[in-house]
Ligand binder design. Structure first.
Ligand code: ARG
Length: 456
């Protein structure tokens, strides 16, 4: 088997080395991008008079035949040809003869692979933006229906203050909004063209990098050829953004799992998004959110992997960099799966409004409001806090919630208490009162929904 780079060698490559160094088993995912990059390159070579127009059209014809064959699954890639770039070049030469060998004029696999990955990252980043929006839209839909659904808000997973369920869901909306912004912002850097940097130093041919950049939809070209072929920041960025996003997905999943347990019973996930047990007939397991939570491991792992890979690499290209791909593919595909499931699962989730409301009845989460009541009547808040602490203790000892105590009982603790305390303690009141900007007060939540819609 002759190698594209065989000229300098006197012996065939050791079979194990061939296997070990090849990347075709995974980088064939870049076939489409590789051909797209080659088409732009060869066009430019023609326009700059580096090869003839006839040669350009032969090569372009050959590339589109190969593209079609790959799409139809008719191509068997070869490990001996190492990677997607050399596989395609070899196929091209087989298809159209020695003129195919002119494609690689003024270019190297080093700028070629970087170009392919920029194109891949752009496609995936744009796709993620769309998928995140679908999740946001599902959250928004549920939030709109549940502005006035009240449940306990927690700190330390202890009931803290009652809140609007819509408000709780919108908290996730804003996390995903930041993820979306990060993705959109990263496109600026993804859209730099490395093509034309050649192996590391540029090329003596009078190529036109702006021309290929424009043809490929890039906004600018890397100003430095060494940086162009060595930079993998754009992948690191994608892996970081994905890590932050999967953190959000995992936190939300954890809540869905808790809420659908019998202990909470706040929501019910649709049957279509749950699975059963092979032994316990009564089980309905939240496998999807559990897996979403579990996917965090590989997504963080891929980020750590690439950071570690790049640390200490001298300029410019090193073979180590071939290891940049599997993690990138894996993260993109894992996240695509996660976001695609999350949106319909949220949309179809049933909310147990009554159960949430009951939970609020059976707790002391309106205690802050009695402290505020006394504070408004002039007692220093710190002192009011102490007094209410004693009332809560009294309630616990006598098995009464704050709404169950009589006015006489209240007055034993402070003569500032009057009948109007009971209105102030009703959960609807407690929530509505938190009408400060961004608070859970219903009016604020309605406003927030309007604002959220402007981001869609
Ligand atoms: N398969 C290689 C990679 O993914 C392509 C670049 C190879 N360049 C080289 N000079 N060996 O990194």
């Amino acid at each position: 088997m002759t190698k594209l780079w065989g000229g300098r060698f006197t012996k065939p490559t050791n079979k194990l080395v061939e296997e070990y160094t090849s990347s075709i088993n995974f980088d064939q995912k870049l076939a489409k991008q590789d051909i797209q990059g080659s088409l732009a390159h060869v066009d430019m070579l023609g326009k700059c008079g580096i090869i003839s127009q006839n040669e350009v059209s032969d090569i372009k014809k050959g590339l589109s035949i190969i593209e079609e064959k790959i799409e139809k699954g008719e191509v068997v890639f070869s490990v001996a040809d190492e990677d997607i770039h050399m596989n395609i070049e070899k196929l091209l030469i087989e298809e159209i003869g020695p003129v195919g060998g002119k494609l690689h004029t003024g270019r190297s696999r080093n700028d070629q692979v970087a170009t392919d990955m920029h194109l891949y990252m752009r496609e995936k980043t744009e796709l993620m933006v769309e998928l995140v929006e679908q999740v946001q839209s599902a959250l928004l839909q549920q939030a709109e229906q549940h502005v006035e659904t009240i449940l306990p808000g927690y700190t330390h997973l202890q009931r803290a203050q009652p809140i609007s369920f819509g408000h709780h869901l919108l908290a996730y909306f804003w996390m995903f909004e930041r993820d979306k912004e990060r993705l959109q912002d990263s496109l600026k850097r993804i859209n730099w063209s490395p093509l034309g940097a050649a192996a590391l130093a540029g090329t003596p041919y009078s190529i036109d990098r702006e021309m290929t950049a424009e043809a490929l939809g890039f906004e600018s070209v890397y100003p430095n050829s060494l940086d162009a072929v060595s930079d993998r920041d754009f992948i690191l960025e994608f892996l970081s953004i994905s890590s932050i996003m999967i953190t959000h997905i995992s936190r939300l999943s954890e809540e869905l799992i808790l809420w659908s347990s019998q202990e909470f019973n706040f929501i019910e996930l649709d049957d279509a998004f749950c699975t059963g047990s092979s032994i316990m007939p009564q089980k309905k397991n939240p496998d999807v959110p559990e897996l979403l939570r579990g996917k965090t491991g590989r997504i963080y792992g891929n980020l750590m992997g690439l950071l570690t890979l790049l640390k200490g690499l001298p300029l410019a290209y090193n073979k180590d960099m071939q290891e940049d791909k599997e993690g990138m593919f894996d993260t993109a595909e894992t996240l695509e799966g996660a976001l695609s499931l999350l949106a319909p699962m949220l949309e179809s989730m049933e909310v147990n409004v009554g159960q949430m409301r009951n939970a609020v009845k059976e707790d002391y989460s309106n205690a802050t409001d009695i402290a505020d009541y006394l504070a408004i009547k002039g007692m220093p808040f710190r002192q009011a806090h102490e007094v209410i602490g004693q009332i809560v203790l009294y309630g616990i000892q006598n098995e009464k919630y704050l709404l169950d105590l009589t006015i006489e009982e209240y007055q034993q603790f402070s003569d500032l208490f009057e009948e109007d305390i009971f209105e102030k303690l009703a959960p609807e009141q407690v929530v509505a009162a938190r009408n400060s900007q961004g608070g859970t007060g219903f009016k604020q939540v309605y406003k927030q929904i309007q604002l959220a819609k402007q981001h869609m």
